[in-house]
Design a protein around this ligand. Structure first.
Ligand code: MRU
Length: 371
């Protein structure tokens, strides 16, 4: 996607041919900054501290983290250590494990002197595959938006989204926002309701920033506004992303997604998931087994923003002495989902539809399923 006319991705190999550049998302929307990752430790830290975030981008960064690790140590033990270090960075987005498994498969049978090159080649493919998947997903989802637009006689289609599942959450294009960008670029009138997404405000900070740069009409709303908007007929459809989808179609996504799905069901609003296939976990039968990340209480107790004179400040919004809890994700049961927008078409959120659309993954992974 473009920033001020210049095309960017969220992650790229640097001109030196080995280090890795990323956009530092902790600085957005107030500053645009990039970072250079040069070691396994730096890659792991970038994922854990959310310099980069979003399930597909976590996967791509882990892939490049494995390349950086191999530059330091090409032994089997080194690969195992890097796998463990990167896997431990964040627990919920399954793209992390998927990408690491892909990287191990790419280097395992290579002689040690060929492993670094094999790793960089596979990491680059993973990044390209992410972009291709998201473009395809965008086309399938745009058809849904266009169908609603056709019934609205030129009035904008109102789409609610939660968190950031745009291009910043991926290598490029986005998942939930891919249909939005595709339809918008095709001239469909639309407007996006952006949930602010406390505690880290990925909606207010990142989704709004992206949509602004792309010229997509949008308004940021406080997290609790969605139900009211739906009751008043101000939402035509919801599209959100996912961090892990289990074999039966249960959806794990940013905390608060479940409440939006409940409100959508109560108000007859279609609720769609933008789902690239690496986010599917066929080893888990349903959403009860998904590990839900719990993050530090400071994310809830404080807020960070820009002061009127341009300084970035963090302020406390919870009284000293009050306890806080910070669950980063929740699970939306498949029964509340209207459809899964994947690179292979829009699917029902069912075990059968997922297995039929991705038979190669379902067959190989279900053997590792939890009892
Ligand atoms: O904690 P994050 O920011 O890494 O969470 C990921 C997300 O941005 C969302 O949950 C998103 O909807 C899924 S990732 C495309």
């Amino acid at each position: 996607m473009k920033i001020d006319g210049k095309p960017w991705r969220t992650i790229w190999p640097e001109a030196d041919g080995w280090s890795v550049g990323v956009i530092d998302q902790t600085k957005l929307p107030h500053r645009f900054a990039t970072r250079r990752l040069t070691t396994l430790a730096e890659a792991a830290e970038a994922i854990a501290t959310m310099v980069i975030r979003g399930a597909p981008l976590i996967g791509a960064t882990a892939a490049y983290g494995m390349c950086l690790a191999l530059r330091e140590d090409t032994s089997d033990e080194g690969v195992e250590r890097a796998y463990a270090a990167l896997l431990a960075t964040r627990p919920t987005a399954v793209n992390l494990r998927w990408a690491l498994d892909e990287m191990v498969a790419a280097v395992r049978n290579q002689p040690r002197d060929k492993r670094v090159a094999a790793a960089y080649a596979r990491a680059a493919e993973i990044a390209e595959e992410d972009v291709a998947i998201n473009r395809a997903l965008g086309r399938h989802g745009a058809a849904l938006i266009e169908a609603i637009a056709a019934r609205k006689n030129g009035a904008p289609v109102n789409i609610l989204t939660h968190c950031n599942a745009g291009w910043l959450a991926t290598v490029d294009v986005g998942t939930a926002l891919a249909p939005v960008y595709t339809a918008h670029d095709a001239g469909v009138a639309l407007h996006v309701w952006v949930d602010e997404t406390r505690p880290r405000n990925q909606g207010a900070s990142l989704t709004a920033w992206e949509l602004n740069h792309h010229g997509v009409p949008h308004r940021v709303v406080a997290d609790n506004t969605g139900g009211h908007l739906m009751q008043r007929g101000l939402v035509d459809m919801a599209i959100v992303g996912a961090d892990r989808v289990t074999a039966n179609g249960d959806i794990c996504n940013k905390i608060g997604t479940y409440l939006k799905a409940l409100a959508a069901r109560d108000n007859g609003v279609p609720f769609y998931i933008g789902l690239p296939s690496p986010t599917i976990d066929f080893t888990l039968r349903d959403g009860r087994d998904i590990p839900i990340e719990e993050r530090g209480g400071d994310e809830v107790a404080t807020m960070t923003g820009e002061t009127a004179d341009g300084r970035i400040e963090t302020v406390r919004v919870v009284p000293q002495g009050s306890g806080v809890a910070n669950y980063a994700f929740d699970v939306t049961p498949a029964r509340l989902v209207t459809g899964l927008i994947t690179e292979r078409g829009v699917l029902a959120a069912t075990r059968e539809a997922l297995a039929q659309a991705f038979p190669e993954r379902a067959a190989s992974e279900s053997g590792r399923a939890t009892p």
